[in-house]
Design a protein around this ligand. Sequence first.
Ligand code: BGC
Length: 352
Amino acid sequence: MTNSTVLYASQKPLMEFFTLENKNGLKLKFTNLGGIVSEIHVPDRDGNFADVTLGFETVEEYRDHNDAYFGALIGRYGNRIGSCKFSLDGEMFDGLFANDGVNHLHGGKVGFDKVVWETELVSGDGYMGAKLTYRSPDGEEGYPGNLVATVLYKLTDENEWVIEYEATTDKVTVFNPTNHAYFNLAGHDGDSPLGHEMLINAAFFTPTDEAGIPTGEINSVEGTDLDFRSARVYGATVNSEDSLISRLGGYDHNWILDKQYGEFGLAAVAYEAQSGREMKVYTSEPGVQFYAGNFLDGSLTGKGGKVYQKRDGFCLETQHFPNSPNYGHFPSTTLRPGEVFRSKTVYAFGVR
Ligand code: BGC
């Protein structure tokens, strides 16, 4: 485990990088700014390592223009809340920040991705990790309650990146954290991931309007280009003419995972045939947002001078469904005083 300070006392709090390494030589580098994971080095089937997540080299770049949310922790609410409002126990909260047209996206103006997290390196049986803590004050970004969020990152000797979220509040609130890492299993600067095979363990999804807000319907994937129950190359249908897909510019949907609510189970499997790298995603969350990087547009230059073009990375954001606070029939994102929010997601790296 190493860490290196990259900004100094004049710019408090300090923003630093930390690197976790497991016994197999896998490395995961992150910063306490937004808990952003900036590098993930994993082997191919011949043992050659590549960095499979998109990102920048410096914390200053993350601080100044991480509009794509590369590698970041997202909160308090991952994905969208329609019209920037919701009500809880009869009280209306309509002060969320509109950063996606009239809607609220990924926690607002200064979300979890833009704050510095208290970071403590930890280790245990078979892993090295870090515990990140952020105290979000009552009213921050329009959300009620003083919320204390902790996120445990672990890099295990089983080649897994484990994320464990916990939170408490002193007033009833909503909470739905995720991580927004972009992947390309050929390497962040390798061939386009549009050739990857994708499997999503879901028979249903939540259709949306043109702004990405769920309509409240729950539709079957059967017979649609959203059916990833069998692994297939997602690039073949990312430009689907199905208006439910084209209205969002490609895959950018919430799938409802085929497992019991709260159960820890498989969300998705991504596979890159040439390197043999495979990534399995497991979660205790009920949904996953498969976002195909449709809004990357060549305006961001990342590590090693790599210019990230449209769809050069994809995200598998485990989550509760977008806009849940406004739909009583979606699994609840309400967190009450006295309760402890707990959620776990694992990105497991392997080869075939
Ligand atoms: C959303 C996209 C959004 C992107 C921002 C994803 O989670 O679903 O619609 O553009 O985050 O990078």
